[in-house]
Design a protein around this ligand. Structure first.
Ligand code: ARG
Length: 458
């Protein structure tokens, strides 16, 4: 048990199979930067309270910088017998500083250390995700600006419903990703509470100063209850939940664009650089990036389930099960960051096939609801208006024509004396121009929102 930090009470070594089974170094090594800055803050605090001299604290901090540089340069040899990243770094420190290195872990446990490191890591991850999400929003806003004036069929049940401006469509995704950013920002508030100082589970009898560590590491507050700290992974659940929502948004969008890029729809011109071909069919241009975005969402959502199953049966306080939180956290981040990283340029470089969209825009009765509202505005009770327009649509289906092709008499029957006026609600251009409500696809409303988003996203 020679190299183990906890070897004292054991006789003989750990079974190799147990070492291989219990190690986390293969995945928690990516915490090393955060482990080092947390240890430096801890050492400097020990220097302030007299557990170390200030000079010793600085010696430790400097040695930790060297260890960080060694890891950066690939000079650290990782061994499963040393369990995790925390033990590797502490062992390297002891190798450099001898007995002084053996003082670093004063007033600290791996239980509060590991959750501090993970919180520092998640905090950085949230900041990175915010920038990635903002870039995806900016890409959608750019499309909204570029395709201003283009009208799209809006769908419910994937059936043609009402016309919407392309800009309104693109801004719908901007709103979704805005809520995602807000969710992550809210999660960050609880991430940014300092666990360190809880020690193993009960705190410590040594004169630590948690406020100093809080200040050095930029946490907002100090966690109040040590027992809670060493078992708390709520922040991980919240983080992976927020990422699951991002993944769901991306997946729904990807599915929509897979459909829109089919020959049947043909709404989109996807950039060649973001598509792939077939090894046998020479003509193929496949939307693999979108399909993988849809496919990878499953892993993120599964990670959330994994975390819930991990914590749901744990008594206070730390339990080794919690070591398994990191794979879910890291994988959710890697997956979503990867998806966002390709989504932004794909959105920027995808163009609407305006001619194809326009050629079929008058199909599917996109103006029927506006016609009904025209009747209502002229005093016809809503349910009567609904039924009247339903009858007109049925008549069109029989004649294979559009509402605008019906004779005046058809509208006179629905709205005696004012049938001719109703022509002004027919056709997609008229229907679209008729919208007025706040948050609708009304052209002035959409134009204003595009302007506002441009300003907000600089
Ligand atoms: N590698 C462990 C983890 O990630 C560190 C904490 C170990 N603590 C313990 N009491 N064995 O959770």
């Amino acid at each position: 048990s020679g190299q183990k930090t906890w070897g004292g009470r054991f006789t003989g070594g750990t079974d190799r199979r147990v070492e291989a089974f219990t190690e986390s170094i293969t995945f928690d090594r990516r915490l090393y930067r955060h482990d080092i800055i947390a240890s430096q803050a801890h050492a400097r605090m020990l220097g302030e309270v007299g557990m170390l001299t200030p000079a010793e604290a600085e010696q430790i901090a400097a040695a930790l910088d060297e260890i960080g540089a060694d890891i950066d340069a690939g000079r650290m040899e990782f061994r499963i017998s040393l369990e995790d990243i925390h033990t590797h770094i502490e062992r390297a420190l002891i190798a450099k500083l001898g007995d002084l290195g053996r003082k670093l872990h004063t007033g600290r446990s791996r239980n509060d250390q590991v959750v501090t490191d993970v919180k520092l890591w998640v905090r950085d991850a949230i900041d990175e995700l915010d920038a990635l999400l903002k870039d995806v929003q900016a890409a959608f806003v750019a499309s909204a600006g570029r395709e201003a004036g283009v009208v799209l069929p809006g769908y419910t049940h994937l059936q043609r419903a009402q016309p919407v401006l392309a800009a309104h469509y693109f801004l719908a995704y901007v709103e979704k990703f805005q809520r995602d950013r807000e969710r992550l920002a809210d999660c960050r508030k609880r991430v940014n509470i300092l666990p360190l100082g809880a020690a193993a589970l009960a705190g410590t009898s040594l004169p630590i100063n948690r406020e100093s560590v809080r200040r050095q590491l930029g946490f907002d507050t100090v966690a109040r209850n040590s027992l809670d700290v060493s078992s708390d992974r709520d922040f991980a659940l919240e983080f992976v939940f927020a990422l699951s929502v991002v993944a769901a948004h991306l997946s729904g969008w990807a599915e929509e664009w897979v459909i829109w890029s089919t020959t049947e729809f043909n709404f989109l011109d996807l950039p060649d650089a973001f598509c792939t071909g077939s090894s046998i069919m020479p003509h193929k241009k496949n939307p693999d990036v979108l399909e993988l975005t849809r496919g990878k969402a499953g892993k993120v959502i599964a990670g959330l389930q994994q975390l819930f199953l991990l914590v749901k049966g744990l008594p206070l306080a730390y339990n080794r099960d919690l070591q398994e939180d990191k794979t879910a956290i890291f994988d959710a981040f890697d997956t979503v960051a990867g998806c966002l990283g390709v989504a932004a340029p794909l959105v920027r470089e995808t163009k609407l096939r305006r001619d194809v969209i326009a050629a079929r825009l008058e199909d599917g009765f996109l103006d029927a609801t506006t016609l009904m509202e025209g009747l209502i505005a002229r005093g016809v009770p809503m349910r009567s208006a609904h039924e009247a327009v339903g009858n007109l649509v049925r008549e069109c289906e029989g004649k294979r024509c559009r509402l605008a092709d019906l004779p005046d008499a058809a509208f006179e029957a629905a709205c005696p004396g004012r049938g001719a006026e109703l022509r002004g609600t027919l056709g997609v251009a008229n229907a679209l121009a008729a919208f007025t409500s706040v948050g609708s696809t009304a052209p002035l409303e959409v134009e204003r929102q595009v302007r506002e988003w441009r300003e907000r996203l600089v």
